[in-house]
Design a protein around this ligand. Structure first.
Ligand SMILES: [Mg+2]
Length: 474
């Protein structure tokens, strides 16, 4: 069978009908990663013991992060990337990316992010494609709409099958509740998203204000909102749960309505519980207090509203505690959801059956991205490796609340760091054998009690500790 014609603009991937060629390609790639040479190159050359040259296509500051010695010494000028003879996919590792502050800022692509996507899609010396997914706390649009926007910004095709936003995991609760109040987002978009998830009866704050305009004294519906909101007699409606899908566009009005429901008897508007513990559950799609937007300084996010809801409930009920729930990072459930999504994506798109040994998670917010990745790593079967970038919430030179495994300037540096680390693992694999590598290069924190920090919430390896690990191995 002759190789498929090369189509750079629309990459193809391994499919079942190419099993034999896939196996040959994998053996070729494995040898190349271990020795730095393909089998044909190996026959005509004798040096096979040096690290593979790791000069990938990149620009600017990232050059130092790709030096084989891991020093700040710039490597030799980047070689021209080579196209793969056919698509080769890295099966031992994958990437997961936060979006705001990592790939996008203020609605615009961060230039290094566009380059990083090219590296992942094969524009690297090895010609390998590296599977990746996106995991953002943002939302307010359908996954398909958000992917269309991100595809334009990143100049690649991004599928909803590789995308999780803050409210995506809420889809798994669609059959659990009857009538739900959906809060946040622009116009009717979040109602439409909720209905697309399978929620059968979706109420919005606009519906409630339309029914009784005195609900929010200082908020009047616009003509468009009045037309879109649904006429309903709420004297006969029981709200079974509240879902804050996206950032509120009217904090005061939404706060009032959420509290009305929280203080009600079983979710019936117009009633007031005597014990204040009869309200329905309240879910937020994430709990980020700050996020990276177009402004120079971070802006308030949904986590701030969540805090205000809980604080105000306590004030108006004279001391009762309201417990709300949050999806999104850093919640473990969101990372479990991401694991399932990555598994399906690798299987369906790349024909990879087994899970990756390492998932590199790249984020800009220590409190959600790094905390969540580190926590999940303590219980995940594979290694979730946190990388913090300096293009969003985290500011260079400050001490992050939750410590990443590595900190780099941009997402391009993060991608290059992950690739370089994987190549070093392959190199050690050739020297030490698989058993030693499995033992030493999957730094399961539970297996390394001496390195655990006092707070298990931030039990991570520092870069110096990780360098020490590499010294042990070498
Ligand atoms: Mg972010």
């Amino acid at each position: 069978m002759s190789p498929e014609p090369q189509q750079p603009a629309k990459p193809s991937f391994h499919r079942g009908s190419f099993v034999d060629e896939l196996e040959t390609a994998r053996k070729d790639l494995t040898q190349k990663l271990v020795t730095g040479q393909s089998p044909s190159e190996a026959r005509s050359a004798s040096s096979a013991d040096s690290l593979p040259a790791l000069t990938l296509s990149s620009s600017g500051d990232s050059a130092s992060s790709m030096s084989p010695s891991m020093s700040a010494t710039p490597s030799t000028p980047p070689t021209e990337p080579t196209s793969p003879p056919e698509d080769l996919v890295a099966d031992s590792f994958a990437f997961a990316f936060d979006i705001d502050g990592v790939l996008i800022r203020g609605g615009r692509a961060i230039p290094e992010a566009v380059e990083a996507m090219k590296v992942l899609n094969g524009k690297n010396e090895y010609g390998i494609k590296i599977p990746y997914i996106f995991l953002t706390n943002g939302g307010g649009k359908s996954e398909a709409e958000r992917c269309r926007d991100l595809s334009k910004q990143m100049e690649i095709d991004i599928s909803p099958s590789q995308f999780i936003c803050g409210h995506t995991p809420m889809s798994e609760m669609a059959t659990k509740y009857g009538t739900v109040l959906v809060v946040g987002g622009e116009g009717e978009k979040c109602r439409m998203v909720a209905e697309s998830y399978g929620f059968k009866d979706v109420v919005t704050p606009g519906d409630i204000i339309k029914h009784n305009s005195a609900t929010t004294p200082f908020r009047k519906l616009t003509a468009e909102e009045l037309a879109n909101s649904r006429e309903r007699d709420f004297t006969d409606v029981t709200i079974d749960a509240v879902f804050v899908f996206a950032d509120s566009r009217d904090w005061a009005g939404d706060l009032q309505i959420i509290l009305d429901v929280a203080m009600s008897k079983g979710g019936r508007l117009g009633t007031t519980s005597e014990t204040f513990d009869e309200g329905p559950p309240i879910y937020f799609s994430h709990s980020d207090v700050l996020w990276s937007a177009a402004h120079d300084d971070p802006r308030l996010g949904m986590g701030a509203l969540r805090g205000i809801v809980e604080y105000t409930f306590k004030e108006v009920t004279k001391g009762k505690t309201l417990t709300t729930h949050a999806f999104g990072k850093p919640q473990i459930g969101t990372f479990e959801f991401a694991t399932r999504l990555l598994q399906r994506w690798r299987k369906n798109e790349h024909n990879l059956d087994s899970p990756p040994e390492t998932v590199y998670f790249v984020g800009d917010t220590p409190e959600s991205d790094i905390r969540g990745t580190n926590n999940y790593n303590t219980q995940a079967k594979n290694d979730w490796y946190s990388i913090l970038v300096e293009t969003g919430i985290y500011q260079q030179g400050t001490t992050p609340t939750y410590k990443p495994r590595n900190t780099v300037p941009t997402v391009l540096d993060a991608v290059n760091h992950g690739i370089k680390r994987e190549m070093q693992k392959k190199k050690f694999n050739g020297k030490l054998g698989l058993a030693e590598i499995e033992k030493n290069f999957k730094p399961r924190l539970n297996d390394l009690p001496n390195w655990l920090l006092s707070n298990s919430d931030c039990a991570v390896l520092s870069p110096s500790e990780e360098r020490a690990l590499e010294l042990v191995v070498s």
